[in-house]
Design a protein around this ligand. Structure first.
Ligand code: FAD
Length: 411
């Protein structure tokens, strides 16, 4: 088989939301680069499919018309106007949130199948600056004596060797970049297991445009979700901390199936529903582990950098923000023709500063005894107080997403 040799300053491995955002923003900054993905898009990714306001914020930075002209008029992006938080202890332990009618009429979230959303983003990669190689799997990464990287990849028709100054790991939870750096150690305290299954015909949902989550007594920090797609389909899933899974020798699939079949509140909704696929599992590397995300000639973004928000499980938004920030650090490095860690030493601070509150809350909550957590969850019956608190936060998030640009401090 022939070998294609490519020389470049920057090579991004992975074209999920984090890698494609890095590429799109690099192109806007006029920086040529290579981006590689093992998959051919459109491809699936196990996920709850929720696009939060962080995603909207990054897209608005790239171009406000993406949200207002494309997503708002595309039925594949279900506009989510509210949500409900339920406890399975008691059907009265629930709150339902809908913004006041005086609030701006932006959706709080979009729900979009990853097969569609990731392809939607990939199509925005600009071929003028990005040499995008899909269906190309990286199999080996070496640091050469001259400080450059040699990346070996394979696709159906040829072997590829890429030589670059800067390696960007955007290759998700099973990252070959992390393994090559000797950094892929899983700390169960900061890692979770998750499951997804698409269903049709789930009944008794609150509202066609609401997200619903359910907390159970046994594992109060884990939740089951039911999120509404088009055509009477729902994304149903569950996530639980790996520390608890290992400590109690649990089987995630069994817990999920028991909740759907036996829980008094949840099972009622699934009586006449049909699963559309087998239960699918994947890991969630949580930001609370505070992984080092940069070094001499390398940067990590998204799941490869373990940036999933530990309290909610949302990783697309933090991943895209990290891609946006990484692109600006990379552009500066390319302009200065320097790729050592000095140029990136504040990258980690910049990506974590938007996650620090969630990390502190999670680290506090995970140390609380189960009884106290259950008491907190049952306190959602104090609806007035909780709704007041949610309203304040949601209004701030909406303003930030639609009105505030992302600022980056390099020094
Ligand atoms: C069950 C579950 C539910 C979730 N729900 C949500 C949710 O509702 N909302 C949310 O915001 N987040 C959610 N997340 C988290 C979210 O899925 C991730 O945070 C997000 O996908 C991270 O994007 P990424 O671009 O960093 O990585 P990925 O989306 O994993 O993309 C990595 C890319 O790298 C490529 N790649 C990997 N290895 C190689 C290689 N060797 N060579 C070339 N390419 C390679 C892959 O093909 C892939 O395209 C959920 C996660 C799970 C497991």
């Amino acid at each position: 088989m022939s070998v294609l040799v490519i020389e470049t300053n920057v090579c991004i491995i992975g074209a999920g939301p984090s890698g494609s955002t890095t590429s799109i923003v690099l192109s806007k900054l006029g920086i040529s680069h290579v981006i590689i993905d093992a998959a051919v898009f459109p491809r699936d990714k196990i996920c709850g499919d929720v696009l939060d306001l962080k995603v909207i914020r990054v897209l608005n930075q790239i171009s406000p018309s993406i949200v207002s002209d494309e997503m708002m008029h595309d039925e594949n992006f279900v506009q989510i106007t509210g949500f409900s938080v339920n406890s399975t202890h008691n059907k009265n332990h629930r709150i339902q949130y809908e913004p006041k009618s005086s609030d701006p009429t932006f959706p709080l979230f979009f729900l979009c199948k990853r097969k569609y959303f990731d392809y939607f983003l990939v199509k925005k990669i600009n071929p003028q600056y990005a040499n995008f190689k899909q269906g190309t799997r990286v199999i080996k990464i070496e640091k050469l004596e001259n400080g450059r990287w040699k990346i070996q990849a394979v696709c159906a028709s040829e072997n590829i060797e890429i030589y670059c100054n800067l390696l960007v790991g955007a290759d998700g939870d099973h990252s070959i970049v992390l393994r090559s750096l000797g950094e892929r150690k899983i700390d169960r305290q900061h890692y979770a297991g998750g499951l997804r299954q698409y269903w049709k015909g789930v009944r008794g949902m609150n509202n066609a445009n609401h997200l619903e989550v359910f907390f159970s007594k046994k594992f109060p920090l884990a939740y089951l979700w039911i999120f509404p797609h088009l055509n009477d389909e729902t994304n149903v899933g569950y996530m639980l901390s790996s520390e608890l899974i290992a400590k109690n020798n649990l089987n995630l699939k069994n817990i999920f199936t028991d909740l759907l079949n036996e829980d008094a509140i949840i099972s009622d909704k699934f009586k006449n529903a049909l699963p559309l696929e087998k239960t699918m599992g994947w890991g969630l590397p949580l930001a609370s582990g505070q992984r080092k995300a940069s070094g001499d000639g390398w940067l990590l973004v998204g799941d490869a950098a373990s940036l999933i928000c530990p309290t909610t499980g949302e990783g697309i938004g933090p991943g895209m923000i990290s891609g946006y920030i990484a692109a600006h650090f990379i552009a500066r490095a390319v302009q200065q023709k320097q790729f050592n860690h000095n140029l990136f030493k504040n990258y980690d601070r910049e990506i974590y500063k938007r996650l620090n509150d969630d990390i502190s809350q999670y680290n506090l909550l995970r140390k609380l005894p189960i009884a106290l957590l259950n008491f907190i969850i049952s306190a959602i019956t104090f609806k007035g107080f909780v709704i007041y608190f949610i309203n304040k936060r949601v209004n701030k998030w909406v303003k930030t997403a639609y009105q505030k640009s992302i600022t980056i401090q390099f020094d």
